[in-house]
Design a protein around this ligand. Structure first.
Ligand code: ASP
Length: 329
């Protein structure tokens, strides 16, 4: 089967910042999103696999300082970093993930190595790091992930007694100002944004794949694992239905099995991708206080990127059409 290749990426969902109207600053985000979509797009147009495309895009997002997976990841309550990532191949439902790693430079590569090894789906903590080291992946000191902006964000969250960030869009001017001093001009409030990145793709052969990578949530308890590395919660891909990567308040995404529920609704209820993603993001998640969004592509190449926050960094490209990027509604 020859499909028109499609790639979509996200760089986290959140609240619009005070600097949202700074067009020049926003352009830096659009430019980064465009470049990453383009890299995945050209790989797909050359016949590359959806799996390779989503891994490439997520690695680039991990490395890009504008997005907060990898370098610039958020801090736990103990001022440490614990990163999570997952990848899933829709053709054969193979999947791999790592949780709570703090020395693996690009967690998505470790997730892919777990998948390729095939013995397990999810490795956590020291065992995941030993495996990554054994596989020859690049290791770094945890300080590599630290930025002063993220440390300040942790201290603000701790002062406010928040275990997770509040993304209801009611940011006070004071909060917005404090947060945006961390990354001047960020269109989404850095103090109130989910830092996860992700990608979904459909390749020329009609195969789907999804990948997600995150630092988790600021001030999370040590040992907390979010939805991103949990197959079916934050990440899922099935060639028969869709590829999905989520961003948001992970606990709620876990409780509604968000990524798998998109595919399940399509499979068992005959819903379209648009209906299924709307139901999950606009009904199931808000019903239990969940905020965030997701990106999804189905086997026909339809793309849906709903979010129930004020914005979500996102971009996509179909065939050789010019990439489209967006931040706000
Ligand atoms: N979903 C992620 C988590 O709960 C956070 C995010 O999307 O930024 O770990």
């Amino acid at each position: 089967m020859r499909s028109t290749p499609v790639i979509a990426i996200h760089g986290g969902a959140g609240t619009i910042s005070a600097a949202a109207l700074d067009a020049a600053a926003a352009e830096a985000y659009h430019e980064a999103l465009r470049a990453i979509v383009q890299a995945g797009q050209s790989l797909l147009l050359k016949g590359g696999s959806a799996l390779d495309a989503v891994c490439l895009a997520v690695e680039m997002l991990e490395d890009c300082p504008l997005f907060n997976a990898g370098h610039g990841a958020v801090f736990t309550a103990s001022e440490t970093h614990e990163l999570d990532a997952a990848v899933m191949n829709g053709a054969d439902l193979r999947a791999g993930a790592v949780a709570g790693v703090s020395h693996v430079r690009r967690p998505v590569r470790a997730a892919r190595a777990v998948m390729e090894d095939g013995a397990h789906v999810l490795l956590a903590g020291a065992g995941a790091e030993a495996f990554a080291r054994q596989r020859g992946l690049e290791m770094v000191e945890p300080a590599y992930f630290s930025t002063e902006a993220r440390r300040a964000q942790l201290h603000r969250a701790q002062a406010a007694g928040r275990v997770v960030l509040d993304h209801d869009g009611a940011a006070s001017a004071a909060t917005a100002t404090a947060a945006t001093t961390t990354l001047p001009g960020a269109p989404l409030d850095e103090g109130r944004k989910f830092g996860t990145v992700g990608a979904v793709a459909l390749d020329l052969q009609g195969h789907l794949a999804a990948a997600t990578s995150t630092g988790g949530m600021t001030n999370k308890r040590v040992g907390r694992v979010g939805d991103s590395p949990l197959i079916g919660a934050g990440t899922y891909a099935d060639d028969q239905r869709a590829a999905v990567s989520c961003t948001g308040s992970g606990e709620m995404f876990i409780r509604v099995a968000a990524a798998y529920d998109v595919c399940a609704r399509m499979r068992y209820a005959g819903e379209s991708l648009a209906q299924a993603t709307q139901a999950v993001v606009m009904q199931s998640l808000p019903a239990i206080g969940g905020s965030g969004g997701l990106i999804a592509v189905d086997r026909a190449g339809n793309v849906c990127m709903p979010f129930n926050t004020e914005g979500m960094y996102r971009g996509h490209a179909r065939g050789n059409e010019a990439p489209q990027t967006a931040i706000h509604r």
